[in-house]
Design a protein around this ligand. Structure first.
Ligand SMILES: *[C@@H]1O[C@H](CO)[C@@H](O)[C@H](O)[C@H]1NC(C)=O
Ligand SMILES: *[C@@H]1O[C@H](CO)[C@@H](O)[C@H](O)[C@H]1NC(C)=O
Ligand SMILES: *[C@@H]1O[C@H](CO)[C@@H](O)[C@H](O)[C@H]1NC(C)=O
Ligand SMILES: *[C@@H]1O[C@H](CO)[C@@H](O)[C@H](O)[C@H]1NC(C)=O
Ligand SMILES: *[C@@H]1O[C@H](CO)[C@@H](O)[C@H](O)[C@H]1NC(C)=O
Ligand SMILES: *[C@@H]1O[C@H](CO)[C@@H](O)[C@H](O)[C@H]1NC(C)=O
Ligand SMILES: *[C@@H]1O[C@H](CO)[C@@H](O)[C@H](O)[C@H]1NC(C)=O
Ligand SMILES: *[C@@H]1O[C@H](CO)[C@@H](O)[C@H](O)[C@H]1NC(C)=O
Ligand SMILES: *[C@@H]1O[C@H](CO)[C@@H](O)[C@H](O)[C@H]1NC(C)=O
Ligand SMILES: *[C@@H]1O[C@H](CO)[C@@H](O)[C@H](O)[C@H]1NC(C)=O
Length: 383
C-alpha cells in the first residue's frame, strides 16, 4: 500500500513539473540551502548551485512569507543589483514559437520605483514593470513571445533586474517566480473563418495556481506577439474559463488599459467588391467591472462603434459588421476600446472580445464549403 502511494505521488510530481524549462518554479532549492524560517532571503554565491539555472550578481533564493507574497506559497528568486539568472534549452523539432508566462512580484520593503526586469533570448528582449494597475495582488503574471526556433538550436533565456532608480537603496528589486514555457505551431485556417485565432484560443499558457489572467503588453509585430495572429496596443489581459466568464471556448481577451488599447490583425486576399461579415462577441468577464464600454471595430473600410452595458457579472452578445472586400491589399481588422473603466478598488478593467469570425456573405461561403468537400472527396477517392 505504502509503496503504491509513493509511486503515485512520484508520477504526479513528474507531471506537475513538465515544462520545457528545468525547475521553472524554483521549488528545487540551491544545493547549499537549508530551510530556515528566520532567513527568508538566502543569498546565492559560488558555494552553491541552483538546479537548472546559472546566476550572476546579487541573487537571493526567497521563501514566501510576511516580506514576500507569491501567487502560492513556495519559493522565488529576487534579482538584486546586477542580478541575473539564465537557462539554456534546446529547441527540438520543427520551427515553433516559444511563449513564456511568468510571475513578477516584489519584496515588501521601502522602495520607490516599480520593480522591473528584462527578459531576453536570442531574438527578443523586453522589459516588464510591476504596475499593480490591473489587479490588487502584490504580483502580476505576464505573457511574452521569446522567439521562433527549431532544429536543435540552443537557446539561452536570460532574466535580469533593471534599475530604474539612481539610488540602489530605494530600488524595488524584482522577484521572478513560476515560469511556464510552451511551444505553438503556426495555426491552420479554421474551417469557415477567414481569420486565424479569432477565438483567441492560441496564446501563452495560464498558470494553474493563479486565479488571474495573463497580462500582454503592447506588441506591434504580428510575428512577435504572444497572442497568435494579433498585435496588441496598450495592455490586454488574456483570460481563461477557469477564472472568468468567457463567451466562447477556453480563452478570450479583456482590454484593460483603457482608451485606445486593443488588438489588431490583417486578412489577406479578400475578393474586391465581395461582401464580408465580421462577427464577434463583446461582453464582460464577470470580474466586477461595471460600466458602459465603447469598442471601435474596424473591418476594411467599415468603422463602427459598439457600446455595451456591463453589470460586471459576466455576459456577452454577438455583433455583426459588414464590409466590402478591397482586393489584394491586406484588410485591417481591429478592436479598440474608447473607454477607461475602473472598479471600485481602482483596478483597471474593460470589455471582453471573443469569437471573431470573418466570412464572405452567403454565396461565397457556400463555394468555400463545396470546395473543401471536393478536396475531401478527392482524398477519399485517392485512398
Ligand atoms: C495544470 O493542470 C492541468 C489540468 O489539471 C494539467 O493538465 C497541467 O499539466 C497542469 N500544468 C502545470 C504546469 O502544472
Ligand atoms: C537560521 O538562520 C539564523 C540567522 O542567519 C542562524 O542564526 C541560525 O543558526 C539558522 N538556523 C539553522 C537551523 O540553520
Ligand atoms: C563561500 O562561503 C564562505 C562562508 O560563508 C564565504 O566566505 C565565501 O565568500 C563563499 N564563497 C564564494 C565563492 O562566494
Ligand atoms: C548561462 O549563460 C552562460 C554564458 O553567458 C553559459 O555559460 C551558461 O551555461 C548558461 N547557463 C545555463 C544554465 O544555461
Ligand atoms: C519605511 O519608511 C518609513 C518612512 O520613511 C519608515 O517610517 C519605516 O520605518 C520604513 N520601514 C522600514 C521597514 O524600513
Ligand atoms: C508604476 O506603477 C504605477 C502604479 O503603481 C503606475 O501608475 C505607473 O505607470 C508604473 N510605471 C511603469 C513604468 O510601469
Ligand atoms: C545604502 O544602504 C547601505 C546600508 O544600508 C549604506 O551603507 C549605503 O551607504 C546606502 N547607499 C546609498 C547610496 O544611500
Ligand atoms: C467612436 O467613439 C469615439 C469616442 O467617443 C469617437 O471619437 C469616434 O469618432 C467614434 N467613431 C465612430 C466611427 O463613430
Ligand atoms: C444587469 O442586471 C440586471 C438586474 O440584475 C439584469 O436584469 C440584467 O439582465 C443584467 N444585464 C446584463 C447585461 O448582465
Ligand atoms: C460569475 O461569478 C460568480 C462567482 O464568482 C458565479 O457564481 C457566477 O456563476 C458567474 N457568472 C457567470 C455568468 O459566469
Amino acid at each position: 500500500m505504502k509503496i503504491t502511494a509513493v509511486f503515485i505521488a512520484g508520477v504526479f510530481l513528474a507531471l506537475a513539473s513538465a515544462d520545457i524549462l528545468q525547475n521553472p518554479d524554483f521549488e528545487l532549492p540551491p544545493s547549499n540551502w537549508r530551510a530556515n524560517s528566520t532567513t527568508p532571503f538566502f543569498p546565492l554565491d559560488g558555494n552553491g548551485t541552483l538546479p537548472g539555472w546559472t546566476f550572476e550578481g546579487a541573487v537571493e533564493y526567497a521563501t514566501a512569507g510576511p516580506n514576500l507574497e507569491l501567487t502560492r506559497d513556495g519559493h522565488a528568486i529576487v534579482l538584486g543589483q546586477d542580478g541575473q539568472i539564465n537557462q539554456t534549452f534546446t529547441a527540438n523539432g520543427d520551427q515553433m514559437q516559444y511563449l513564456l508566462t511568468f510571475t513578477l512580484a516584489r519584496r515588501i520593503q521601502n522602495c520607490t520605483s516599480n520593480a522591473s526586469l528584462v527578459v531576453s533570448a536570442p531574438d527578443s528582449s523586453a522589459q516588464f514593470s510591476l504596475t499593480q494597475r490591473y489587479g490588487n495582488e502584490p504580483w502580476e503574471v505576464y505573457g511574452h513571445q521569446l522567439g521562433s526556433w527549431g532544429d536543435g538550436e540552443s537557446i539561452n533565456l536570460v532574466i535580469q533586474s533593471q534599475v530604474v532608480d539612481t539610488d540602489p537603496n530605494s530600488t524595488c528589486w524584482p522577484v521572478v517566480d513560476a515560469l511556464s514555457l510552451i511551444t505553438v505551431r503556426s495555426l491552420n485556417q479554421d474551417h469557415g473563418n477567414l481569420l486565424r485565432n479569432g477565438g483567441f484560443e492560441a496564446g501563452p499558457s495560464f498558470l494553474n495556481f493563479s486565479n488571474k489572467g495573463v497580462l500582454l503588453d503592447s506588441e506591434p509585430s504580428l510575428t512577435e506577439s504572444a497572442l497568435q495572429q494579433w498585435t496588441i496596443t496598450g495592455t490586454v489581459k488574456y483570460i481563461n474559463a477557469k477564472n472568468y466568464f468567457i463567451p466562447e471556448g477556453n480563452s478570450a481577451i479583456e482590454i484593460v488599459s483603457g482608451t485606445s488599447a486593443g488588438v489588431q490583425t490583417v486578412v489577406q486576399l479578400l475578393t474586391e467588391g465581395s461582401n464580408y461579415n465580421l462577427e464577434f462577441m463583446l461582453g464582460d468577464a464577470n470580474d466586477s467591472c461595471p460600466g458602459d464600454f465603447t469598442v471601435g471595430v474596424t473591418a476594411g473600410s467599415s468603422i463602427q462603434n459598439f457600446t455595451i452595458h456591463s453589470n460586471g457579472t459576466g455576459s456577452a452578445q454577438k455583433y455583426l459588421l459588414t464590409f466590402t472586400g478591397a482586393g489584394p491589399s491586406p484588410t485591417p481588422i481591429s478592436f479598440q476600446s474608447y473607454t477607461t473603466t475602473q472598479r471600485e478598488d481602482g483596478v483597471l478593467c474593460g470589455p471582453v472580445i471573443d469569437g471573431v469570425v470573418l466570412h464572405a456573405s452567403s454565396g461565397h461561403r457556400a463555394n468555400l464549403h463545396s470546395a473543401s468537400l471536393t478536396v475531401l472527396l478527392l482524398i477519399a477517392l485517392l485512398n
